[in-house]
Design a protein around this ligand. Structure first.
Ligand SMILES: [Zn+2]
Ligand SMILES: [Zn+2]
Length: 453
């Protein structure tokens, strides 16, 4: 059984283009390694009887059963289902939850190798969820919400991606900036809809239900590469004892996060500017800060990176309440980034830190970034009794470039029947998503996406 598992894992790693070493390991075990393995689907190890083969994904009818030991040929895949051909020639659909894909399957994401990167800051109410699509890749940086907690297809991140890219079946890179609910809550459901290839998580242990559910999905995902800031080649093991999610999760660690650019598509790289798995009282201090580079342009994703405590606004000569020009405090992410690598912060687009709070976006940090487009994601749920963004931060950003916000009219949005995702659900979100289009040359542009799904 161990040999079978090693072979299957190696094949899956080959699919994920991460097979370094596994072929040699199989040879050392005396196992045959085919030069090319045709894509095939088999029941997973937890199948007791058989996997139902259905005539259509939403059908209750049964074409046949796929029994342990059977192999079906892969025709194509859609979210949640493999379309397969059985050995007797009949075709149907089997659930991805009960089957394993093996063999050399071309990456299904995108055929295009040129074109812009689009950064979708999804209006999920209060929190942050950023879907990024570009030539040859898909990516998510956070998928959380404080007030839109719907599961399954009503999950607004799933609904949004379906509305803009119904063809997407895989997320190549899933980044969790830090394990706060407003960045994490909608993430576990993604694993039921998509193949997830790489997960980037600081690795900071956080024993919340949300992080437990997330790690369990990562652990169960076939072929996923889990990258943290702790180690390479070990096991990320966390014991949970919560009432609604418990048990020990153990995930093999792939290549550790470094500051070296990671090529995520032809012409697009991701550089992790800040990664820190040390225990901090506030998970915001573990935020994974990412810069995407596409051609001549860059996008900085600041998560909940902060520059210190909430600044007290001051009144300027014109009688306006403004953010004082204070530098970031020692030990904060903004300060550490300015000290280590200010030149690397330069970006045309800033997805603003901590929902536009006075804890973040200190003046020297904004100067180092020098963006022309700013996007704030926030909603009506208060953070420490304060609804974000702070108007003084909005004003500081408007003085530097164009500002887009996902919280424009959350009250009216609750009952809006044209919004993206579940309609008229009395939750904020779905009305003011922002799309930033980043070309390889020329300036990025931004617009709201308010079209109904
Ligand atoms: Zn947050
Ligand atoms: Zn946070």
């Amino acid at each position: 059984m161990a040999n079978t598992r090693a072979w299957t894992k190696c094949m899956v790693q080959r699919v994920a283009r991460a097979s370094r070493g596994c072929v040699a390991a199989l040879l050392a075990m005396g196992l045959a390694v085919p030069a090319f393995a045709a894509p095939s689907v088999t029941p997973s190890e937890r199948v007791k009887r058989n996997v139902v083969v259905r005539p259509a994904p939403d059908s209750d009818d049964k074409v046949a059963g796929l029994f342990p030991g059977d192999t079906a040929e892969l025709i194509d895949e859609i979210p949640g289902w493999y379309h397969v051909r059985l050995s007797d020639g009949r075709t149907g659909y089997v659930s991805k939850s009960w089957t394993i894909l093996s063999g050399d399957v071309p990456p299904p994401a995108l055929a295009a190798t040129t074109g812009p990167v689009k950064v979708h800051v999804i209006d999920i109410g209060t929190g942050l969820a950023t879907f990024i699509e570009g030539p040859g890749f898909t990516m998510l940086y956070d998928a959380g919400s404080q007030d839109d907690l719907a599961d399954g297809p009503d999950n607004r991140v799933l609904a949004y991606i379906k509305s803009v890219r119904p063809d997407v079946v895989a997320i190549d890179h899933l980044v969790l900036s830090h394990p706060h609910k407003d960045h994490l809550e909608l993430m576990p459901d993604l694993f039921d809809r998509f193949v997830v290839r790489n997960v980037w998580d600081s690795g900071t242990v956080n024993r919340t239900r949300g992080y437990c559910r997330f790690l369990k999905k990562v652990e169960a995902e076939q072929g996923v590469q889990y990258h943290d800031a702790l180690a390479t080649g070990g096991i990320h093991s966390v014991a949970f004892t919560g009432k609604n999610c418990s048990g020990t999760v153990s995930i093999p660690q792939a290549a550790k996060m470094t500051d070296q650019p990671v090529t995520i598509g032809p012409g697009t790289t991701m550089t992790i500017l800040y990664r820190n798995a040390d225990p901090h009282p506030d998970p915001n201090e573990n935020t994974v800060v990412v810069r995407l580079d596409h051609g001549n342009n860059s996008v900085l994703l600041a998560g909940d990176a902060e520059g210190g405590g909430r600044l007290t606004p001051v009144i300027n000569a014109a009688g306006q309440s403004v953010m004082p020009p204070s530098p970031p405090s020692n030990g904060t992410i903004e300060k550490e980034l300015l000290d280590c690598c200010a030149a690397m912060l330069k970006a045309n687009v800033l997805i603003v830190g901590h929902h536009g709070s006075l804890t973040s976006s200190r003046k020297p940090f904004l100067e180092a970034v020098g963006a022309s487009i700013y996007v704030i994601s926030s909603g009506p749920h208060p953070y420490s009794k304060k609804v974000l963004p702070d108007p003084e931060v909005e004003d500081a950003l408007r003085a530097r470039g164009s500002l887009f916000q996902t919280d424009i009219d959350d009250d009216a949005c609750e009952a809006d029947e044209t919004k993206i995702g579940p309609d008229n659900d009395e939750s904020p979100g779905g009305c003011d998503s922002v799309i930033v289009t980043v070309p390889t040359t020329g300036q990025p542009t931004a617009q709201y996406n308010r079209s109904a799904d």
